[in-house]
Design a protein around this ligand. Structure first.
Ligand code: FDA
Length: 392
């Protein structure tokens, strides 16, 4: 029998949640994925421990051309609702920082919870299956797949965004959306390391591997978390966060010592420990290699006792107001998520159904709703999948 009430394409976070909810309502569900295993991004997420939600998840943590679109789904299936499922399953978890919840053991326990729930809800899972054509029929949709022809009344597209093509990410959701007349907001890599120009890279070469807490800002947003110098440029949570707000050609402002009045510290050291080199004073609160690089960038040499206020200000600014123009980002290869995607204008925020094509739904990362780093993107996948699962 190749006819189903609901076909969900994409057995990731959103697709599995939708299949569970619809299956529990007694719908006959087929969940299809071209990968060999379901939930591969869940498996690799959070360093293998899946940062499965954020207890503070709220609409303000999401970027979208329509910032109101995510509100309904997030409210109706919240972080607390997902946490209840994790607790009922007996999965041990902990808060790492900033409300981010991680599994104590392995992200596989989340995948197992979802696949068991799918099974219990009666949803059939077909892996290693690719989709050819999709056509609208009088009473639903007809699909050509590598496993034969299929039909359904409701079709849910949950194939995610473009990040990490090596893991099977495709443009599929955008192609289907366009086939049915929906608009796409240009997808761009987000939560992604930023790269330096070759000149800056040469100057910063010695810093590769250095990590420090920093405050970064760009286009009116600021994040304060760890910053990591890499052999390509800069990364770490604060850079991944700001990458969602950065655009080509923009500067980002970096404060490498957010709690410290560096100018005051340098002036005080000039009085009390004038024989020290400026970088030795900076190294009291910065990693040594970073202190050396900032001092070299400010062009300071000799003893701090001989430096004028003007020179100390230049050095302080090199630490507190470092302005960098990234050359670009590391792109889809390492981006955690996709910014942009299917324009929410064409979708119902309550059900995720395409306004002009009844029976067609888009959920998860494919939609133009992108969370900050810290469990927000999975929460969007759970919430949007749940919302569609109530009605498909
Ligand atoms: P998801 O990508 O999970 O699933 C899409 C499914 O569709 C996949 O199974 C794929 O194989 C399938 N598919 C794609 N194209 C297809 C096609 N043409 N035909 C058939 N099937 C197709 N978020 C978070 O909140 N906390 C975290 O800790 C992390 N960590 C993290 C680490 C890394 C390295 C990455 C890359 C991403 C994260 N994320 C994250 C982001 C999170 O993984 C992401 O936002 C969700 O997985 C999105 O869920 P979806 O179900 O929408 O897509």
């Amino acid at each position: 029998m190749n006819s189903f009430d609901v076909i969900v394409i994409g057995a990731g976070a959103a697709g599995m949640m939708c299949a569970i909810e619809a299956g529990r309502r007694g719908r006959r569900i087929l969940l299809i994925d071209h990968a060999e295993h379901p939930g591969e991004k869940i498996r690799i997420s959070g360093g293998g421990r899946c940062n499965f939600t954020n207890i503070h998840a709220a609409p303000k943590h999401f970027l979208s051309a329509n910032p109101h679109f995510c509100k309904s789904a997030l409210k109706r299936f919240s972080a607390a609702d997902f946490i209840k499922r994790v607790e009922a399953r007996g999965i041990a978890y902990h808060e790492k920082a900033l409300g981010q919840l991680f599994c104590d053991d392995s992200s596989r326990s989340i995948i197992e919870m979802l696949t068991d729930d799918c099974k219990e809800a009666g949803a059939e899972l077909r892996l290693s299956t690719s989709i050819g054509t999709i056509e609208k029929t009088a009473d639903g949709f007809a699909l050509e797949t590598s496993g034969g022809a299929l039909a359904c009344s409701s079709l849910v597209i949950a194939t995610g965004g473009k990040s990490i093509p090596k893991m099977g990410a495709t443009d599929f959701a955008y192609d289907v959306a366009q086939q049915f007349g929906l608009h796409i907001i240009e997808p761009r890599p987000a939560l992604v390391p930023l790269t330096f120009t070759s000149g800056l890279l040469e100057e910063m070469k010695a810093l590769s591997g250095v990590s420090t807490e920093a405050s970064v800002s760009c286009n009116g947003m600021a994040f304060r978390e760890a910053l990591l110098f890499t052999h390509r440029g800069i990364s770490g949570p604060c850079i991944l966060q700001i990458s969602s707000y950065w655009r080509e050609g923009d500067d980002i402002a970096i404060d490498l010592a957010p709690d410290i009045d560096v100018f005051a510290r340098l002036r005080a050291a000039r009085q009390t420990t004038g024989k020290l080199a400026p970088q030795t004073v900076l190294a009291e609160f910065l990693p040594k290699r970073l202190a050396d690089a900032a001092t070299a960038r400010a062009g300071l040499e000799g003893r701090i006792g001989d430096a004028s206020d003007k020179k100390l200000k230049v050095l302080s600014d090199a630490v507190k107001q470092w302005r960098v123009k990234p050359a670009g980002s590391e792109g889809w290869r390492t981006a955690e998520v996709t910014l942009g995607g299917i324009d929410t204008d064409g979708l119902s925020s309550k059900t995720m159904e395409a306004k002009e094509t009844p029976g067609l739904y888009f959920i998860g990362e494919a939609v133009d709703v992108t969370g900050w780093l810290g469990g927000y993107n999975f929460q969007w996948a759970w919430s949007s999948g749940w919302a569609a699962g109530q009605v498909v």
